[in-house]
Design a protein around this ligand. Structure first.
Ligand code: IPM
Ligand code: MN
Length: 359
């Protein structure tokens, strides 16, 4: 199979971790007889510097013409004072929209070998296997109007949280379909005691849930869900939630399983899938060679699974990651007394070796 990818390294640690995920993909392609075709393109701060646009037109065209898009991270404090549409993040939101990627799947799985890395006691976190299904094209991220106006000292800012019924319906179906292949549990997270958007959300999710009588549907307010996520993480299976709540809860889930650096994600639903680790650009550690590439590497596995239906290849990557972690490989975010830290490149190299060695 020819795997035709657009690669958007982006900002901060994005290029470093993406480089490692591409090396792992190359190893998988060799082992299973596929061919990688890579087209690097600009996004975010890197694109702002080059062409003053966080999402140049030729990046969009390349993405739309490829089989899948592999993205590193977007965001840089250098542009903090820019107006909204000239911030790196605007490029990320636009590519999500251009690709129609409304369903953001963010698994948070606890690796048993990382008991010392989670801030939670082993007996609390052991067995955690959560799939956060985050709506990605609606809510306050995209709602109009949005503005910041007035003179300093008397400014007023406005954002709009907005959801249409069909937007809730389609993401709910993604969550229920996934639950059918898992433990058949969906927890829908909202703030229906305060927000109209959430009342509509709960209503529509309940209605769609009737089409899935085998799935146990629960509803939880987001504040309470945040507490339960650290108190009893193993009780979660599929978490279905809107854009901003999903953004927040997925970082929290990263903390629960030991490091945000481990989390992968797939943004699907449109004609071309977009694959990005959850962690972001982490400017404080960029360029130091210490970032954890496993989130990006596991993201490549999600890409093989969801965009190319290469389940065996996806599992080969996931298995290789478990193998190196079990053998004690730890980047700085996971390292401790028992396991000193290795570099980004060394972690990538070990995963490549594990992919090559596996039967
Ligand atoms: C994420 C990130 C993005 C988001 C930012 C960089 C716009 O935090 O993918 O979780 O909020 O969606
Ligand atoms: Mn985030």
């Amino acid at each position: 199979m020819i795997l035709n990818l657009t690669v958007l390294g982006g900002d901060g640690i994005g290029p470093e971790v993406t480089e490692q995920s591409v090396l792992v993909l190359q190893a998988v392609a060799e082992r299973f007889g596929h061919q990688l075709q890579l087209q690097p393109k600009l996004i975010g701060g890197a694109a702002l510097i080059a062409v003053s646009d966080p999402l140049p037109a030729d990046t969009v065209l390349a993405c739309l013409a490829s089989g899948a898009v592999l993205l590193g991270a977007v965001g840089s404090p250098a542009f903090d004072k820019n107006p909204g549409h000239l911030r790196p993040e605007a490029g990320l939101l636009r590519i999500r929209r251009e690709l129609g990627a409304y369903a953001n799947l963010r698994p948070a799985v606890f690796f048993p070998t990382l008991e010392d890395s989670s801030p939670l006691r082993a007996e609390i976190v052991r067995g955690t296997d959560i799939m956060i299904v985050r709506e990605l094209l609606g809510g306050a991220y995209f709602g109009q109007p949005r503005s910041i106006e007035g003179e300093p000292g008397a400014r007023v800012a406005v954002n709009t949280m907005r959801y249409a019924e069909h937007e809730v319906e389609r993401i709910a179906r993604v969550a229920f379909d996934l639950a059918m292949k898992r433990k058949k549990k969906v927890l829908s997270v909202d703030k229906a005691n305060v927000l109209e958007c959430s009342r509509l959300w709960r209503d529509v999710v309940t209605r769609i849930g009737k089409d899935y009588p085998d799935v146990k549907l629960g509803h939880q307010y987001v504040d309470s869900a945040a507490m339960l996520l650290v108190q009893r993480p193993t009780e979660f299976d599929v978490v279905l939630t809107e854009n901003m709540f999903g953004d927040i809860l997925s970082d929290q889930a990263g903390g629960v399983v030991g490091s945000l650096g481990l989390l992968a994600s797939a943004s699907i639903g449109g004609p071309v899938g977009l694959y990005e680790p959850v962690h972001g650009s982490a400017p404080d550690i960029a360029g130091k060679g210490i970032a954890n590439p496993l989130g990006a590497i596991l993201t490549a596995a999600m890409m093989l699974r969801h965009s190319f239906q290469l389940e065996q290849e996806a599992r080969a990557i996931e298995h290789a990651v478990s193998t190196v972690l079990s053998a004690g490989a730890r980047t700085a975010d996971l390292a401790g007394k028992a396991h000193p830290a290795i570099s980004t490149v060394e972690m990538g190299r070990r995963v490549v070796e594990a992919v090559k060695k596996a039967q």
